[in-house]
Structure formats: structure tokens, C-alpha cells
Design a binder for this molecule. Structure first.
Ligand code: ADP
Length: 488
């Protein structure tokens, strides 16, 4: 089976969040099941620098002006296809935002070009390789099923995965006239959203199957609280949205063999985690205090992530004898609040504003617990890394956080399956109670170590998810006989 992934990010080449991790790790897991996956990405400078380009497969004019080349190549063990259009993608830094912090004004056109290239490959117009199925990720790839469906000839089935409903790719309807979009589908049942063009809605309406990244989020986005205006569209689909839990790449996130941490450890050598704690304390200018629980935050600093709650909980956390280290970047008010907290509580709170992959590994290895107080969380990856590194997650009971962390309540502690701490509502007081529970537990060493060991063996890899995606692909191919593998 041949599957084309269509996305705007892929770790380690270009990453703003968990999407990049998923687009990198899931194809590897699918490949190990014999599925031939190619990842179609914009040819950003970092990708052109990293990829060993093997061939130019295709060159064409876009129907809305300009031209693209489709290149194929390999990097980091991945088979990649790149949409090379320097005018659109030869821009360093964040893929969506210009250096002055505003969205690139031609984002509608840039990601229409990505989707147009995907549809061309899907229709078999690119020599050398044609997919049996197309898998589009997030709004940046949202026009793919629309462009595919707008063609008269049979096209491969298309899966649309929503990684976050909060990013919808909404553009003024002025783009209608210059992106070769089928105007007869610009209505409430099509890709129109309150008079604008919605790339995510296009993906939802025209894909054969919509998935999202956890079972709880799949249920939540059917409600007005989490659907963010698209719950009606999701509810009106004949096939329900499927929730398939993300995993993490167990080769990248392996505490027993992680070149980015100070000392390797596993569930049998947990005591070696303390060397990472010492190193982390040094990095943040904290004293060595093995008996004081060290909490961490590794996150985009945005309202979604509930980090204003973490700031509000700092006095209680310090009162409990615990400490906090933060790595993140995002809203300037949140950045400033963490920097101020660090200045106010030297040696107890540390904050590094920025994005630092290596430091994030050391933080997972050296902290005792990780705070993820998100107001909503489609899946969340940092709590999965936390589990793998015996860094117990303290999470709000929402989305994928609810699905991946087993709360340390009486029953789970008795049966030995607890792996972290959940709290119900995104408030400072609920978060504080969860931090208190974690601190209590930390002081009971036998209980804490048992939880750490349980967390470290909790399955967080891609095996199960990849099998679920493979089953979904097979079902779709069977129900689309004209494009089944046998016909290709
Ligand atoms: P989201 O995609 O909403 O940002 P996820 O938890 O799904 O959240 O994924 C975030 C990914 O980005 C994780 O791999 C996390 O380790 C990483 N990350 C977030 N912020 C930083 C940072 N400041 N430095 C390094 N890695 C970060």
C-alpha cells in the first residue's frame, strides 16, 4: 500500500509543535508494517539543506499563477517529496509567521500550492510514484481533498487528521477568485465559513474519513465548547470522527540511550535519574536538592496550555517545598510572567524563554514531574515523554491528557496502575490540589518509585496507533474499489 502524507511540518527539519513529531514518527511506524509512505512538504530552506534530492519528478504551472517543482529525496531515513516554489517557501524561520510576528500575507496561496501538488500526485500526474491513499494533516493540507474531489476522474481516498481545532486556516473570500477553488462549493455545506474560506472545513467536508489524535478529543470536538464553530460540520458527517491516540518516537525519546541527557537510565536503574536532576538544577541555577520535588513545563506559552494557571500556582508550589523550571516561548505576557517569577524566586524557579530540543530532553530526564494544565489538548506529547522518562505528569483531565495519564487515586494506587495526577477543571485551585497530591506522593518514596516504574512501561509508542491507521486505510481502500491497490 502506498500512502502520501501531506503536511507543513516534519521533525527534525521544521517544527512548531507536536504536528511535526507525528508527521515524522507515524510514517516510520507505518513503514515497519510494510506501508510505503512518502511525506509531501513545502521545500523550506531547512529541508532543502537536509534532504538528499534524488530526482525532480514533476514541474508544472499552478492554475493560480507561478510554478512548482516536485522533488523526491531522503533524509533521516524518511522518503520525502518536496514542493519547490522559492517564491512561496524559500523563507527561513517559522513556517507561518514573518520575522515581524505577523502571518505571511500569502499563506492562503502557499498552502493552496501544497494541496494542489498533493492532489496532482494523488491523481497520478507525477511520474515515478502514485499513492493508493492520501493522508492530509491540519489546515495547511486542508484543500487537498477539495482539489482531489473537484477532478472528474477517480481519485484515491483521502484521510484528514485534525491535530488542533484551534488552527483553522480562515481566509477572506477574496482568495476565491485566485486559487482555482470550485466556486460552486463555496456555501455552508462546502468550504465556506461565515463568508470566509476555511481550509480546515474543506478538509473536514471533502475527506473520506476525518480523524483526530485522541478518543476523548474526538468526542469533545463534537461539542460547542471544543468544536470552535466546526462542531456542526463534524456532527453532520455520516462517518463519525475517529480518535487515534498519538505516540512518541521511542528511538528519539529513550532515557536508556539519549545522547541529550547527562546520564542514561531505565526503570531498573531509576536512581541514575538523579544525575540528570543535578545537571538540570545547574542549568537553571537551582541548588542541588534531591529531596525537593522539581516540576517542569516544556510548552508553547499560550492560553490553550493553561500556563497562567501554573503561574498562579507558583506560591503554593513553593510553599510545598517544591521548585519549578520552565522552557517555552509564545505569548509575551506569559514569557514575562515566568521570567519575573524566576527573578522573584531565585534558586526556586527557573525560566528559559526559547525553543531548545536538547534542553527539553534533559528536562524530561531530570525533573520529577511535568505540569500540563491545558484548557484543551488534542493529544499532547510532553506528558507521553514524561511517562517514558519517569517524570510523572500532572495534567488537566481533557483530550489526550485524559486518555494517557492514569490518576493516582485510591483504586489505581492499590492496583499499581497509577502513572500521574489528573485534575478536573482548568483552575488554579484544582491545579494546586493536584500539585499537593504529587508532592505528598513524592515524599512517600516507595509509592513514587512504583508509579515511576509503572509510567515507564506504559505503552507510549506508535505500534497501536499505526495498526489503527493501517486498518482505517484498508477499510477505505476496500470501499473505493476503483483506486484499490490491485488496480494501480
Ligand atoms: P503542541 O503541538 O500543541 O505545541 P504537543 O505537546 O503536542 O503540543 O507537542 C509539543 C512538542 O514540542 C513536544 O515535542 C515538546 O517537547 C516540544 N516543545 C514545545 N515547546 C518546546 C520548547 N520551548 N523547546 C523544545 N521543545 C518544545
Amino acid at each position: 500500500m502506498r500512502v502520501l502524507f501531506v503536511a507543513s511540518e516534519c521533525a527534525p527539519f521544521i517544527k512548531t509543535g507536536g504536528l511535526a513529531d507525528v508527521v515524522s514518527a507515524l510514517p516510520k511506524a507505518l513503514a515497519s508494517m510494510g506501508i510505503d509512505v512518502r511525506i509531501l512538504l513545502p521545500a523550506y530552506p531547512t529541508l532543502l539543506g537536509a534532504v538528499k534530492v534524488r530526482a525532480q519528478l514533476h514541474q508544472c504551472d499552478l492554475p493560480f499563477g507561478g510554478a512548482i517543482r516536485v522533488l523526491s529525496g531522503e533524509a533521516d531515513g524518511q522518503k520525502l517529496m518536496l514542493v519547490d516554489a522559492p517564491e512561496l517557501f524559500d523563507r527561513a524561520g517559522n513556517p507561518y509567521v514573518s520575522p515581524d510576528g505577523a502571518d505571511w500575507p500569502d499563506n492562503s496561496r502557499r498552502f493552496a500550492a501544497l494541496a494542489w501538488a498533493a492532489a496532482s500526485i494523488g491523481r497520478g500526474e507525477v511520474p515515478g510514484w502514485a499513492p493508493d491513499l492520501v493522508h492530509a494533516h491540519d489546515w495547511q493540507a486542508g484543500l487537498t481533498p477539495l482539489y482531489l474531489q473537484a477532478m472528474k476522474q477517480p481519485t484515491p481516498p483521502c484521510v484528514m487528521t485534525i491535530h488542533n481545532m484551534a488552527f483553522q486556516g480562515l481566509f477572506d473570500k477574496g482568495v476565491l477568485s485566485n486559487l482555482a477553488l470550485p466556486q460552486d462549493r463555496f456555501h455552508i455545506e462546502g468550504y465556506e465559513y461565515h463568508g470566509s474560506v476555511s481550509y480546515l472545513k474543506a478538509g473536514i467536508v471533502y475527506a473520506d474519513q476525518v480523524t483526530t489524535v485522541s478518543p476523548t478529543y474526538a468526542r469533545e470536538i463534537l461539542t460547542s465548547e471544543y468544536g470552535l464553530g466546526l462542531e456542526g460540520v463534524l456532527n453532520s458527517r455520516s462517518k463519525p470522527v475517529t480518535g487515534i491516540l498519538n505516540g512518541i518516537d521511542l528511538e528519539v525519546w529513550n532515557p536508556a540511550n539519549d545522547p541529550m541527557i547527562a546520564a542514561p537510565f531505565d526503570s531498573e536503574t531509576l536512581e541514575d535519574k538523579q544525575y540528570n536532576k543535578r545537571d538540570l538544577e545547574d542549568r537553571f541555577g537551582l541548588a542541588h536538592e534531591p529531596e525537593s520535588p522539581l516540576f517542569c513545563v516544556i510548552s508553547r506559552l499560550t492560553a490553550q496550555k493553561g500556563l497562567d494557571l501554573a503561574i498562579g500556582a507558583i506560591p503554593a508550589l513553593l510553599q510545598l517545598g517544591a521548585r519549578l523550571v520552565v522552557l517555552g516561548t509564545g505569548d509575551s505576557a506569559l514569557e514575562q510572567a515566568f521570567v519575573e517569577a524566576a527573578a522573584e524566586h531565585p534558586g526556586k524557579v527557573g525560566a528559559i524563554i526559547g525553543y531548545d530540543e536538547a534542553l527539553s530532553h534533559l528536562m524530561q530526564a531530570g525533573s520529577d514531574a511535568i505540569l500540563v494544565p491545558s484548557r484543551f489538548e488534542p493529544c499532547g506529547l510532553t506528558q507521553l515523554c514524561g511517562l517514558r522518562y519517569g517524570t510523572l505528569p500532572v495534567v488537566c483531565r481533557t483530550g489526550g491528557l485524559a486518555d494517557t495519564v492514569i490518576d493516582a487515586n485510591e483504586a489505581s494506587l492499590r492496583t499499581g496502575c497509577a502513572t500521574g495526577f489528573q485534575f478536573c477543571s482548568a483552575t488554579i485551585s484544582d491545579l494546586t490540589v493536584a500539585i499537593e497530591r504529587a508532592c505528598d506522593c513524592f515524599r512517600s518514596k516507595a509509592r513514587w518509585h512504583a508509579m515511576q516504574r509503572q509510567a515507564m512501561v506504559h505503552p507510549v509508542g506508535w505500534e497501536q496507533a499505526a495498526a489503527s491507521y493501517a486498518r482505517l486505510y484498508e477499510t477505505l481502500l476496500l470501499s473505493t474499489p476503483s483506486m484499490s491497490t490491485e488496480d494501480m
